[in-house]
Design a protein around this ligand. Structure first.
Ligand code: 0PR
Length: 395
């Protein structure tokens, strides 16, 4: 650290320089995040010092968190919880705002483990959960932190989890299943209804990772069921900092029943509230304000337009790519496309080196993965297709 403080001017001239190294999402077709909505940014600034780790001191931010959880609960067809005891933890609905999908997934599994070991099940050995092979790498962290065995079920030809494979992996030590509503690589939705049936039959929890899809699926023309409307779904992760257009870090975890929150509770003797059920202690109230503001501002109509816009770009890319012989691995379900191209790794390298496009690659099979986000424009798509053509011709 320097001995004497630098001037504001010196610092900001350095910061602006450094910021120019960031992409600003220009020519980015690989991210599931985007520019936050300007309303979210303003709200974030207004609540910049609010700490949701000490709810009693920040009653305003706490109110906003509750409002957001309520709105998300409505979006995901959760029943409002009337249990008055919930107020002592600072929430009247079942859920809280997390730092993102990773924390939500960790906490959902922690809840499963705590409830299972609290007597619902006798676990002889290491508890396990069954997840799709396509699950996000945050579940590797779950395994590592919690000492839970992760069993990976096969995918079918459409990259949905194969429920027969899930069933074959369930044993006496299985505590829960995971389904993904909008998987990271293909944007595919697992058969949540079938998974829920399996979960109910085997008395297992079912967590739905809708970190990306949660702000997409409800606004599609023909949304498929994936949420609490399906009996058997016990928790859902949904990220406002992805397609919700909120600021980073904004995730959310919702539970069907208050017992989940209870199972995550730790006593906080010297705080203004008696208990905490979050993973982190200090939490951003600014994120709660940002998410509240953008959800209220856009409403269902605004999010529908946002999804329609991204789907138009997605469909355009697929239509044009087909003209030069590149088929998608699946018909896009949401704004994620996996294109079958020759030598995807080399193509990715060349798209970046020659034209500055950031794209990514799916693991198995390897294909060119594109995520069409609100920061992308119709012109971007046209330019990308021209550059893709050039790169293909050279390969
Ligand atoms: N679940 C799913 C289905 C996800 O796609 C992701 C992240 C997570 C959980 C974890 O969410 P957090 O990263 O918020 O904890 N999916 C993207 C990924 O890891 C996130 C991402 C975002 C990647 C922006 C790159 C990027 O530029 O691929």
């Amino acid at each position: 650290m320097n001995d004497q403080g630098l001037s504001e001017k010196e610092i900001f001239s350095y910061l602006e320089n450094v910021k120019s190294e960031d992409t600003d999402y220009y020519r980015v077709l690989s991210s599931m995040c985007t520019h936050p909505h300007k309303i979210a940014v303003e709200a974030h600034r207004l609540f910049i010092e609010a700490n949701l780790g000490d709810l009693g001191l920040f009653a305003g931010a706490r109110r906003l968190e509750n409002e957001v959880i309520k709105m998300l609960g409505e979006l995901l067809h959760a029943q409002a919880v009337e249990t008055p005891s919930y107020n002592s933890y600072g929430s009247s609905v079942c859920g809280y705002l997390t730092t993102g999908g990773t924390e939500s997934n960790i906490q959902a599994v922690r809840g499963m483990k705590n409830l299972a070991t609290a007597g619902r099940k006798k676990l002889g050995h290491t508890p396990n959960i069954v997840i799709p092979e396509s699950a996000h790498f945050s579940f590797d962290k779950v395994a590592d932190i919690m000492g839970i065995e992760i069993r990976r079920a096969l995918l079918d030809s459409e990259f949905k989890v194969d429920t027969a494979s899930v069933e074959s992996l369930i044993d006496a030590n299985t505590i829960g299943l995971v389904g993904i509503a909008g998987n990271t690589e293909f944007g595919q939705i697992d058969p949540i209804e079938e998974l829920a049936k399996l979960a109910l039959e085997n008395e297992l929890f079912l967590h739905v990772d809708a970190a990306f899809g949660g702000f997409v699926i409800p606004f599609l023309e023909n949304p498929c069921p994936f949420d609490f409307k399906i009996p058997g779904v016990t928790s859902i992760a949904i990220d406002p900092h992805k397609m919700g257009l909120s600021t980073i870090p904004s995730g959310a975890l919702l539970f069907r029943s208050p017992s989940f929150l209870d199972s995550l509770k730790v006593d906080t003797p010297y705080l203004t509230t008696k208990a905490q059920f979050t993973l982190t202690g200090t939490r951003s109230g600014a994120s709660a304000a940002a998410t509240y503001a953008v959800m209220k501002h856009l409403g269902r109509e605004g999010y529908t337009k946002n999804v329609q816009y991204c789907m138009q770009l997605t469909n355009k890319i697929v239509e044009e790519a087909r003209k030069f012989g590149f088929e998608p691995l699946i018909e896009p379900v949401m704004n994620v496309v996996a294109l079958k191209v020759p030598n995807p790794d080399l193509m990715r390298e060349q798209l970046l080196e020659k034209f500055g496009w950031n794209v990514s690659i799916t693991r198995d099979p390897r294909s060119l993965r594109l995520v069409l986000m609100p920061h992308n424009t119709a012109r971007d798509v046209e330019e990308f297709l021209q550059d893709l053509k050039k790169v293909t011709a050279e390969l």
